[in-house]
Design a binder for this molecule. Structure first.
Ligand SMILES: [Zn+2]
Length: 484
């Protein structure tokens, strides 16, 4: 970790003249009076660039959604008068966190069924509850609740997989976050489709409506898994994604059940199966990858499959311990995710970072196997690369999108501070995040959310949850029919 307190301004300012402005016209940056949109300051700026540069008493200059300059605060302030400044006393500035795998609206099913194995949980609780309760209104309220929780905790980008993706996209558009939103493809009756073919057709419609509509929103396909879709259906989804020029997000090698199913059905392990049908020929974000074999890890490297590690979900459902350190060492692109709030039960990326580090250490009985810097990279720059946005987000560098957070280092658990990266991974909580900027827009300032009416979301979520509870209680009180 390189610590820089002086003499960085010239490097970044000179870079900013060419890198800040895609048109190459440096004169067009900023307002007509020479001001830029925003300055974000901090006692430390943790850039997460390739050198892991940290700037003491630093600032980020932001205009028109892009990072113009990064450097010592005094020099950045002198060079870039700004319309708005987020002060940085006792605050760390860093890239927004990237949640690489979520089912956002499942916040409304938080705690509805716990302490079960994956297939029991899915088939006997989650899938039936979803068919019964999930509609566009459920998805709207659940996604708003999730955006509130993620923004509050410093997540600026997420990769979602759920139903009614148009509704998800509308919420993301309003709340100002960045997201890859999957049209779920699954071969069973689901809340928004009757079959794999139906969900694929509807997914094509969603992607057509949202592709190129909002630069913060990337519509993608989300085939569920190789135990809820067969080879032909998976290949059809890959072809559809390729035809639309979009990536795929999918659950891969998540549980022992999936491994057994894959062997029994396809005669090979999951990742070998996907490779055998050409599924990895296009950009793929693979959630979980708990059980890759030694032979499969090179496939992930060669195909540049982005792997998303979800340690809380893997631990809670007892799916297993993903060999993240091995995959990173082999060159796999690995990010972090929360999975849905029904299997986590929150959307706290700080907890995922902490658990990712601790789980590898105890699994390998080696405290050096996963450092704080490695884990912080997975939640930022590494996560961006895993989801295909490495050129746009994930680090605080000139020319990248301005997705920036401030973390307050005022709580007792940050005292004293010897190493900011250590604290960010092993100490910081969601509640420490003070301000959040996405695409150059301030979405949370001094802990106050500016794009989400939290009182309304709280009331709507509690009202809907009360209806769900009443229905579940009634169902549980009714003896099952003989044919069930
Ligand atoms: Zn999932």
């Amino acid at each position: 970790m390189k610590l820089i307190s002086i003499c960085f301004c010239f490097v970044f300012v000179s870079l900013s003249l060419s890198g800040c402005n895609p048109s190459g016209d440096a004169g067009s940056a900023g307002g007509s009076d020479g001001t830029i949109d925003l300055l974000v300051k901090g006692d430390f700026v943790v850039t997460m660039d390739q050198d892991n540069t940290i700037i003491e008493d630093g600032a980020i200059a932001i205009d028109d959604g892009l990072i113009l300059a990064v450097g010592p605060a005094a020099e950045i302030e002198a060079e870039y008068p700004a319309v708005e400044t987020l002060d940085g006393a006792h605050r760390i500035v860093m890239p927004g966190l990237i949640n690489g795998h979520s089912h956002a609206a499942m916040t409304l099913l938080r705690g509805v069924a716990d302490d079960l194995a994956l297939m029991d949980w899915l088939q006997n609780y989650i899938f039936p509850a979803e068919v019964e309760f999930v509609d566009p209104e459920f998805v709207r309220i659940g996604t708003e609740l999730a955006c509130w929780e993620m923004l509050r905790g410093g997540t600026t980008t997420f990769v979602d997989m759920y139903y009614y993706p148009d509704t998800i996209a509308e919420v993301v558009e309003r709340c100002g976050m960045r997201a890859l939103i999957s049209a779920t493809v699954i071969d069973q009756r689901s809340p928004d489709a009757e079959s794999a073919a139906d969900s694929l057709t509807k997914g094509l419609g969603f992607i057509g409506r949202w592709k190129d509509r909002n630069p913060r929103i990337t519509p993608i396909f989300g085939p569920h898994a190789n135990y809820t879709l067969n080879a032909e259906q998976l290949q059809a989804t890959r072809r559809a994604a390729d035809s639309m020029g979009v990536p795929i997000s999918i659950h891969v090698s998540e549980s022992p059940f999936e491994l057994q199913y894959s062997q029994d059905t396809y005669g090979m392990t999951s990742i070998e199966f996907y490779e055998s049908i050409g599924f990895f020929n296009g950009p793929t974000i693979a959630a979980h990858v708990v059980w890759p074999t030694e032979d499969e890890i090179p496939i992930l490297v060669e195909r540049r499959v982005g792997v998303i590690h979800n340690p809380t979900s893997n631990m809670k459902i007892a799916s297993g311990i993903s060999p993240v350190a091995d995959m990173l060492q082999a060159g796999v692109l690995v990010g972090l995710g929360t999975d849905g709030a029904a299997s986590n039960n929150d959307l706290d990326m700080w907890e995922e970072m902490r658990l990712a580090a601790l789980l590898q250490k105890v699994d390998r009985m080696d405290p050096e196997v996963m450092s704080a810097t490695t884990v912080l990279t997975m939640a930022t720059r590494g996560g961006a690369e895993a989801i295909g946005l490495g050129d746009a987000i994930g680090s605080l560098e000139v020319g990248k999108q301005a997705d920036v957070i401030q973390v307050a280092f005022t709580d007792v658990h940050h005292i004293p501070t010897y190493d900011v990266v250590s604290h960010l991974v092993y100490v910081t909580d969601e509640q420490d995040v003070a301000s959040v900027v996405v695409d150059g827009k301030v979405l949370m300032k001094d802990h106050k959310l500016l794009t989400i009416d939290t009182d309304q979301v709280r009331a709507e979520a509690n009202a809907l949850a009360a209806k769900i509870k009443t229905a579940l209680d009634a169902r549980n009180a009714t003896p099952p029919a003989l044919n069930e």
